[in-house]
Design a protein around this ligand. Structure first.
Ligand SMILES: Cc1ncc(COP(=O)(O)O)c(C=O)c1O
Length: 454
């Protein structure tokens, strides 16, 4: 039995709210959980449960919950100038200062930013900019964008077409023409007996095979998350990205790094591109850009692309009412200032990230754990039935969901992507917080063993 307040809210929600990525009919039967407040790495439900947020919301609350500095900046900006656009020869102080700050913290050469409100919109913007760029170059057939199996890039028509989670396509007759998917570089699932680095090269070469099949004159760009997030935190072998980068340059194919999850410290550097050997022409940013305190996203554009587009002149026929929204920009700017001031990225890189990964790897000897993978503060633990042959449980067993629910009972929220338990906690987690997470997670695995094998 839930409290009266919870029951009233659940009923209202049932009657009026259609949830993203949810089966509304099934959800209505269960009733939603109402989250009422959060502080640091923890959140509370309307039933008074205290839960560690192992997902930082949706991979986004990098600096943790309850940061008053961001609330104060938003309050001040709303009083001074709650809204103004950036269309008509106008800008605002926060949007301008944020642009300079982003040029400072992103890898060299990425010096221009275009703002949107979500990762999906930013990727849609890039899909259009790829066309714009090649059109200005007179190479009008270079339109196809190659993505990858298991990739996640968002939900707008173009972004969803980029996704390689193919369950997302049939409801909407996607993908659109001009979007295609190369191999997924996940060694544990697709590498078989191959050496991981050799497999990395092979997976990269699937991009080249696709370019050659389509004809390089028809391929505009390749897009990839440095580490695939929603697909299950799939870390490619070290050989993969440098080879992809080499192939793309050789065939004059632009490189898009979707840093929506990896960006702003999650991997232990400011951007995953720095660690994985990517030199992107476009970079997608969202989530950690404002730590989720305001909806804002951006596209960083490398000088070698931006200079061409700017020099050619002519009005860009694209923009959002809220591109560079002053309140969202002010909050994002203060969020980046906090990341810098408190050395959060450096701490993840040198201390808490390695500690989190090392503690999780203690689970590899557990009979249910096939693979532990991750970097910095993103990780996944894959549940299997038979470790020796990497055999998953039958889908009807819902192994991932079972362990996820047992973790919740122990005060920890993790996500189940198939049978992988996915984690992406706030970057401000201390070693003590990580220990708390580990106690709940290993407890859930112990409790799951008799349920799954029974
Ligand atoms: C890598 C990546 N790109 C794009 C998106 C889409 O972002 P949004 O949900 O803000 O549209 C996501 C969301 O999880 C993501 O993980």
């Amino acid at each position: 039995m839930v409290s009266n307040m919870t029951a009233v809210l659940q009923d209202m929600d049932r009657q009026h709210h259609m949830h993203p990525f949810s089966d509304t009919k099934a959800l209505n039967e269960k009733g939603v959980r109402i989250i009422t407040k959060a502080e640091g790495c923890h959140m509370w439900t309307s039933e008074g449960e205290r839960v560690m947020d192992g997902m930082a919301g949706l991979w986004c609350v990098n600096i943790g919950y309850g940061r008053k500095e961001l609330a104060e900046v938003a309050y001040k900006q709303m009083q001074e100038l709650p809204y103004y656009n950036t269309f008509f020869q106008t800008s605002t102080q926060p949007a301008t200062e944020l642009s300079a700050k982003l040029a400072e913290v992103t890898p060299e050469g990425l010096n221009h930013v275009f703002y949107a409100n979500s990762g999906s919109e930013a990727n849609d913007t890039i899909a259009k900019m790829v066309r714009w760029y090649w059109n200005t170059k007179g190479k009008k057939s270079k339109k196809t964008i190659i993505s990858r199996v298991n990739a996640y890039h968002g939900v707008t028509m173009a972004a969803a077409s980029l996704c390689g989670l193919f369950g997302m396509h049939p409801q909407f007759d996607l993908p659109l023409p001009g979007f295609t998917h190369a191999d997924c570089p996940h060694w544990y699932r697709f590498g078989g007996d191959m050496d991981p680095e050799e497999f990395g090269i092979q997976a990269a070469r699937s991009v080249e095979t696709m370019i050659l099949q389509l004809g390089a004159e028809n391929v505009g760009a390749f897009i990839g998350e440095p580490i695939m997030g929603a697909g299950g935190v799939l870390v490619p072998p070290a050989s993969y990205w440098p080879e992809v980068q080499r192939i793309c340059r050789e065939h004059d194919v632009l490189v898009i790094a979707d840093e929506v999850i990896c960006g702003f410290g999650r991997t232990g550097t400011w951007f995953g591109s720095e660690q994985l050997g990517i030199d992107p022409d476009f970079m997608t940013m969202a989530k950690g850009l404002s730590s989720g305190y305001q909806p804002i996203s951006g596209v960083m554009i490398h000088d070698r692309i931006a200079d061409t587009l700017i020099d050619i002149g002519g009005e860009l026929q694209h923009g959002f009412t809220y591109s560079g929204h002053p309140v969202a920009s002010a909050v994002a700017l203060e969020n980046i200032n906090i990341l810098q001031r408190e050395g959060i990225v450096e701490t993840v890189g040198a201390e808490t990230g390695p500690y989190f990964q090392a503690r999780l790897r203690e689970l590899v000897d557990h009979p249910l754990v096939g693979e532990v993978r991750g970097l910095g503060m993103m990780a996944a633990v894959e549940i299997v039935e038979d470790k020796a042959i990497r055999k998953s449980f039958d889908g009807s067993k819902e192994a991932g969901r079972i362990v996820r629910d047992l973790a919740w009972d122990r005060g920890l929220l993790v996500r189940a992507t198939g049978d992988s338990l996915v984690m992406s906690p706030p970057l401000v987690m201390t070693k003590a917080d990580i220990d708390e997470l580990m106690t709940a997670l290993s407890g859930a695995l112990e409790a799951a063993e008799p349920v799954l094998r029974g």
